[in-house]
Design a binder for this molecule. Structure first.
Ligand SMILES: [Mn+2]
Length: 378
């Protein structure tokens, strides 16, 4: 059994609001689909965040449909679960479910066992932090039959051992006995062994807006389940647009332009560039903007920030760059005087507000109110 495992494709995501960046995402997705066809895999497993928003654009849905159709034409089944980006807060049917209804793909996020050839697939859709007790109970209740040779568990959750902040579960919450744990949610590729199996996040296929501008390696995983142990190959997306990040001295800005010119030679797509400028008090921001404007023709998009160095030469902001998520959560907890409410605001409300999902926010607040009423009336 050969599986192409992909996750966090975020179709319809438009980084920097640029058409070219939207196209990059579709191109990366198609590259994965074509690889599945070329390498004749037996199945494609998508671990969720298929789409960027629960109310996707027509283009995003069409791109997904074309990919599922291509796979069908080559006899490759598309199995999927859903991430928080796919699931609407308002009680609505998630868009990717359409392809399950049409019989073109199989939704496996309902916790039921699915057999594909000699392999058992069990998946769960994303459970939010407040629902995770239920997920842990459901994971505990899994007892895969012993006579099945290969077992794959599909989840869209963060694990504490992989990320210090964006997690709801720890590895020990996962049932043992699976050969491969096809994970989604975290956007950086990472793997760890667990019992006789492998826990793997392929990561996102293209940087999403909250990943910032940095060098990255994006891709998907080819999983070979034919031997005793799962063999995993991370395949890098070849069409990826380079993201470059530079830290430079204010005094050496002029050299920087030459450096950029040299480093982009040979790239087929204009890169995205992030620049951190180290300077002392009194840096001239108009001068910076003027000099940097010279790279606007060389790249698709660039942005810059200044880090001021203290008089004694030590870097103030740069060296102790805070974890934005953590700072947000701490300030929210300070303002609300309640950690649990702060988590609700930062983890659940903020992502929806970011995509202007006002209906989703109202639904979420209402449900939380109902839950609280229920809890207090017990
Ligand atoms: Mn995601």
């Amino acid at each position: 059994m050969q599986i192409l495992h992909i996750s966090d494709t975020h179709l319809g995501c438009i980084p920097f609001n640029l058409k070219e960046r939207e196209e990059d995402v579709y191109e990366a997705f198609n590259e994965a689909v074509e690889t599945a066809i070329k390498d004749r895999v037996d199945a494609v497993i998508h671990s969720g965040d298929i789409l960027h928003t629960p109310k996707p654009s027509g283009t995003a849905i069409n791109k997904l449909g074309e990919a599922v159709k291509r796979l069908n034409e080559h006899g490759i089944r598309f199995f999927f679960t859903l991430g928080e980006h796919d699931i609407s807060r308002v009680r609505d049917t998630p868009s990717p479910y359409l392809f399950h209804r049409l019989g073109m793909a199989t939704y496996i996020g309902d916790g039921r066992p699915y057999m594909h050839e000699d392999t058992l697939l069990i998946g769960f859709h994303k459970y939010r932090r407040s629902e995770c007790n239920e997920l842990v109970e459901r994971l505990k209740a899994i007892s895969p039959p012993h006579d099945v040779k290969k077992k794959v568990l599909v989840l869209h959750q963060g694990l504490g051992e992989f990320h210090p902040y964006a997690y709801e579960l720890s590895m020990s919450d996962l049932p043992s006995g699976f050969n491969y744990y096809a994970m989604g949610h975290l956007h950086d590729h990472a793997m760890k062994s667990y019992g006789d199996g492998i826990i793997c996040y392929p990561g996102s296929i293209d940087p999403t807006p909250n990943e910032g501008i940095r060098e990255f390696s994006k891709g998907f995983c080819m999983v070979d389940l034919s031997g005793d142990e799962a063999k995993v190959d991370f395949i890098q997306i070849r069409s990826s647009r380079r993201h470059m990040h530079y830290t430079i001295e204010y005094e050496r800005l002029d050299e920087f332009i030459r450096m950029v010119r040299a480093s982009i030679a040979g790239l087929t797509k204009k890169p995205v560039i992030g620049i951190r400028i180290k300077g002392r008090d009194g840096v001239d921001r108009t001068r910076i903007a003027g000099i940097l404007s010279k790279i606007s023709d060389l790249c698709l998009h660039y942005s810059w920030e200044v880090d001021l160095v203290k008089g004694n030469g030590s870097l103030s902001l740069y060296e102790s760059r805070p974890d934005i998520d953590k700072v947000l959560l701490e300030s929210a907890a300070g303002a609300l005087e309640d950690y649990d409410t702060a988590r609700f605001a930062v983890d659940e409300l903020l992502p929806l507000l970011n995509v202007n999902d006002v209906d989703g926010v109202i639904d979420l607040v209402w449900r939380r109110f109902e839950d609280n009423v229920k809890r207090h009336s017990r």
